[in-house]
Write a protein that binds this ligand. Structure first.
Ligand SMILES: Cc1cc2nc3c(=O)[nH]c(=O)nc-3n(C[C@H](O)[C@H](O)[C@H](O)COP(=O)(O)OP(=O)(O)OC[C@H]3O[C@@H](n4cnc5c(N)ncnc54)[C@H](O)[C@@H]3O)c2cc1C
Length: 526
């Protein structure tokens, strides 16, 4: 194939990159090429919400980066999941739609990201959103991404929300308005019971545009520069794709920094040690790695749950429900009910995000998927504002990656986990949930030390990876607040990697918001 050229070349058709490519190509006067390493795309079968279980940890659709052994969690190594398909993480994620808290974004602005406070980002969230039922004042109603309520959640998800009220967490009517503590049945980005990823919402309608070319199976290996100006993307196939105006890296928080490092943008000493020619000395590329720290508990219950119905009869029942009414297990987002809570006294806001699932006992690593036959539920939580910071770095010039992340290296995170475990027991023991669960209090009677030791055995990742190309107003930040990579020209990073701090919520909505805001910055500069 001859070399290709466009005004803008976008690397990565994930949650942010799909938005960027679609928005830029709205201008018929410019040509856009979108490069995606994955090959899988939207289809009726793929877009059944529960089908994401086929794609998570699937070799063709999940990058599954191996993490390094973590001494703070008993030497266990985590697998870092990341979508490798059209829609990226949004192509296989749990379909929970949630923005986060007002203070998350106000903290970004306070940290030097002028123009990224709650009031600044809200219009860009609204630009993404098409909240079909209407009536939750803060959500947009005319954007491309369909968002809907769960009209028939599992009875135990509703019992969870009521039990939260019983322990002092009010039921929130509009949890996307920047609120604080409380619990709620979550929203989901679906249309007619089908997954609505950024690829589906933004790219499907844009596919017919003569000025947009989408190339699947196109893995970017490095960027080429003329002086300090980014000019081209070299693919694994050897092909070169040239950009007349700008290159936009939207390869996600694990790959975007790697692409910069391989191209000579990163800590100069480290790059030289690997024999990579330095284009720009940028000490924080790959640093500031964040994810939510996840833990929780589960209980056996006295009513059927999705896992106990994962058999022939239950499967047919749920398939019927799905095909006739778009309800039941096949239509369910991964998490039905959620909440924000404080793990302990003396905090100035919630430090935990709660996630209730009407199933439990599934191991992502096993294939075919196996479920526990007994009915059970899980109440997970994540440390919503973690202090843990890690790093993505190169092992060698060929691009092999090392991911170091000390999950429980900060005592403030450990205190949140310990308090969170006790809160799990308190919520399970509160009515009306208590009436369904087999009584048990594994955490409440234990000392902090015992719970800390237990936490080291069980904590995992929330799969909300961000922060590795930190945006900021300071010289050390990787991008400025218009998401331009410092030290070079014609290059932006627009995806979850620019978040200076992970929001207190799942990160898909924020990634799409970043896509909208980044595309607006490019168009304004053009
Ligand atoms: C299993 C899972 C479940 C999740 N559940 C939820 C949820 O329910 N709700 C929620 O809000 N968030 C969820 N998240 C997080 C959310 O999906 C991500 O935060 C979001 O998708 C990040 O968007 P992004 O644009 O930064 O990167 P991504 O969406 O990951 O997009 C990056 C894209 O770039 C491509 N790419 C990478 N490297 C290259 C390369 N070298 N060349 C070409 N293309 C490349 C990738 O294949 C991918 O398509 C989940 C994530 C995962 C993995």
């Amino acid at each position: 194939m001859p070399d290709l050229e466009a005004d803008y070349v976008v690397v990565g058709a994930g949650s942010a990159g799909s938005v960027v490519a679609a928005r830029l190509s709205e201008d018929p006067g410019c040509k856009v090429i979108l490069l995606e390493a994955g090959t899988t795309q939207s289809s009726f079968l793929n877009d059944i919400p529960a089908m994401n279980l086929q794609f998570v940890a699937g070799p063709k659709t999940d990058w599954m980066y191996p993490g390094e052994p973590d001494p703070t969690s008993n030497g266990r190594a985590q697998t870092w999941h990341a979508g490798k398909m059209m829609g990226g993480g949004g192509g296989l994620n749990g379909l929970v739609y949630i923005r986060g808290l007002k203070r998350d974004y106000d903290d970004w602005a306070a940290a030097g990201c002028t123009g990224w406070g709650w009031d600044d980002v809200t219009p860009f969230f609204r630009q993404v959103e098409n909240f079909e039922p209407g009536g939750q004042g803060s959500l947009g109603t005319s954007g491309p991404l369909s968002i809907t309520t769960q009209d028939h959640p599992h009875i135990l998800s509703e019992a969870f929300v009521a039990a939260c009220a019983a322990v002092g967490l009010p039921t929130l009517a509009d949890h996307n308005g920047g609120s604080r503590e409380g619990a709620f049945i979550g929203l989901t980005n679906q249309k007619n019971g089908q997954r609505c990823s950024a690829a589906k919402a933004y790219l499907t309608p844009a596919k017919g545009r003569a000025n947009l070319r989408i190339i699947r199976g196109a893995e970017a290996k490095s960027l080429g520069f003329e002086g300090l100006r980014a000019r081209s993307v070299r693919l694994a196939s050897g092909q070169v794709v040239r950009a007349r105006r700008e290159i936009i890296v939207s390869a996600g928080a694990l790959q975007s920094p790697v692409l910069l490092l391989r191209s000579g943008i990163g800590p100069a000493e480290d790059l030289r040690a690997l024999g990579i020619e330095v284009v720009a000395d940028s000490p924080e590329v790959g640093a500031n790695l964040q994810d939510h720290i996840a833990a929780g508990g589960r209980r056996f219950v006295n009513v059927p749950t999705f896992n106990s119905e994962a058999n022939l009869v239950g499967g047919l029942k749920h398939l019927y429900k799905y095909l006739t009414a778009r309800q039941g297990a096949f239509a369910s987002p991964a998490v039905q009910a959620m909440g924000w809570a404080r793990s302990r006294e003396g905090l100035d806001g919630p430090d935990l995000q709660l996630s209730f699932q009407p199933f439990a006992g599934m191991n992502l690593a096993t294939r075919p998927r196996k479920f526990m036959p007994e009915p059970c539920v899980s109440l997970g939580f994540t440390v919503a504002r973690p202090f843990a910071r890690g790093r993505v770095s190169l092992r060698d010039a060929g691009g092999r990656v090392a991911i170091n992340f000390p999950l429980l290296g900060d005592e403030r995170d450990m205190a949140s986990v310990v308090g969170g475990l006790r809160l799990v027991d308190r919520i399970f023991a509160a009515e009306p949930l208590a009436g369904y669960v087999t009584p048990d209090e594994p955490y409440l009677g234990k000392s902090d030390e015992e719970l800390a030791a237990f936490a080291r055995q069980i904590v995992g990742l929330g799969i909300h990876t961000v922060g590795t190309c930190r945006m900021g107003g300071d010289d050390r930040s990787v991008t400025d607040t218009a998401l331009r990579v410092r030290g070079v020209e014609g290059l932006r990073v627009i995806d979850a990697s620019i978040m200076p701090r992970v929001p207190s919520a799942n990160t898909n909505a924020a990634s799409m918001m970043i896509g909208e805001k980044g595309a607006a910055a490019i168009r304004q500069a053009a």
